[in-house]
Ligand binder design. Structure first.
Ligand code: NAP
Length: 306
């Protein structure tokens, strides 16, 4: 099964690359991975993607991207890549089910939610601990929940959760937010949101049967500890690039993001390109991911032509 182009990942970057590559007659094969549609499928309203003046729900937008790619002949596989070998030509891309070969590969595996690393967080994940307000917010109707983080994601999640929860406590480790001004203003003016600054979560208490009952926080200035009763806790502390598969063959920066050559999507391996959040820790927007997906398809097409 040899292809001209395999695309690994199906967020805005991968699916935009698929649209462009399919229209260039490269008949791309897209591995959708464990989260088809990528991070936008766990977000709510997307209000800043040009062309949707009234906003659109993330999952719906990704369905439209996928349909558009398929219209031009892109093939989407609900399968996850488990191994790649870029030292052979054609390149090998392997899933649990099959081996595939390709003349060129576009990596668009995105990034995943970061967690605090507490044992209790791991134990209670899905039992009151969540990294996705969109997925789990509904379960906290009229309950008190906590959101951790000070970036745009934390603001977005805190605001979203007020649709369900009776109270949202936003806990940030510093006294200043990293989030954009408009998001901070919206959050601070929401009467259901209370903010605790300069604090970190040191433990989460609860059980798999009963869910979360409380958390322990540590004031990083005074050093004092405090228990806060709550029914759920949402992590919104950023993301880690999904580059585990490529760490031995593609050049990564110190944070694990794929390094692309300036003004292009070229990686250090001829014929392997990267786009979207897997190589962008600065902008990380759907529209910038889509833009770099377009670049990757054009780079791949021109490279294949040569
Ligand atoms: P982020 O900007 O990296 O923010 C992560 C936040 O989590 C920071 O406030 C950070 O604190 C905190 N944090 C990190 N590790 C922590 C830990 N171990 N314990 C406690 N707190 C921790 O990530 P993000 O909010 O997910 O946003 C990522 C990108 O997506 C940004 O470019 C953002 O603008 C964009 N985004 C945009 C929208 C929108 O426009 N609608 C929505 C969501 C995200 P410090 O500040 O102290 O480092």
């Amino acid at each position: 099964m040899k292809r001209k182009l395999i695309i690994i990942g199906s967020g805005p970057a991968g699916l935009t690359a698929a649209i462009y590559a399919a229209r260039a007659n490269l008949k791309p094969l897209i591995f959708e991975g464990s989260q088809p549609g990528g991070q936008l499928t766990i977000t709510t309203d997307v209000e800043n993607y040009p062309g949707f003046d009234k906003g659109i729900m993330g999952p719906e937008m990704m369905d439209i991207f996928r349909k558009q790619a398929k219209r031009f002949g892109a093939e989407c596989l609900f399968d996850t890549v488990t191994k790649v070998d870029f030292s052979t030509k054609p390149f090998l891309v392997e899933s649990n089910q099959n081996k595939y070969y390709a003349d060129s590969v576009i990596i668009s595996t995105g990034a995943s939610a970061r967690l605090l690393g507490l044992k209790s967080e791991e134990e209670l994940m899905g039992h009151g601990v969540s990294a996705c307000a969109t997925c789990d917010g509904f379960f906290f109707k009229d309950k008190k929940v906590v959101v951790i983080g000070g970036g745009d994601s934390a603001m977005e999640e805190a605001n979203f959760l007020t649709k369900f929860a009776s109270e949202v406590v936003l806990i940030h480790r510093r006294s200043e937010f990293r989030a954009s001004k408009i998001m901070v203003e919206r959050t601070l003016s929401n009467p259901k949101v209370n903010v605790i600054y300069n604090a970190i979560v040191t433990d989460i208490f609860g059980s798999k049967d009963e869910g979360v009952g409380s958390i322990e926080i540590n004031d990083v200035i005074s050093g004092s500890r405090k228990i806060i009763k709550c029914d759920g806790i949402f992590m919104a502390i950023g993301h880690t690039p999904n580059t585990q598969l490529f760490k031995d063959c593609v050049n990564l920066d110190e944070s694990g993001y794929i390094i692309t050559k300036p003004d292009s999507t070229y990686t250090n391996i001829e014929g392997v390109f990267a786009c979207g959040d897997v190589q962008d820790h600065v902008y990380r927007q759907a529209v910038t991911a889509a833009g770099s997906g377009c670049m990757a398809a054009i780079d791949a097409e021109r490279w294949l032509d040569r």
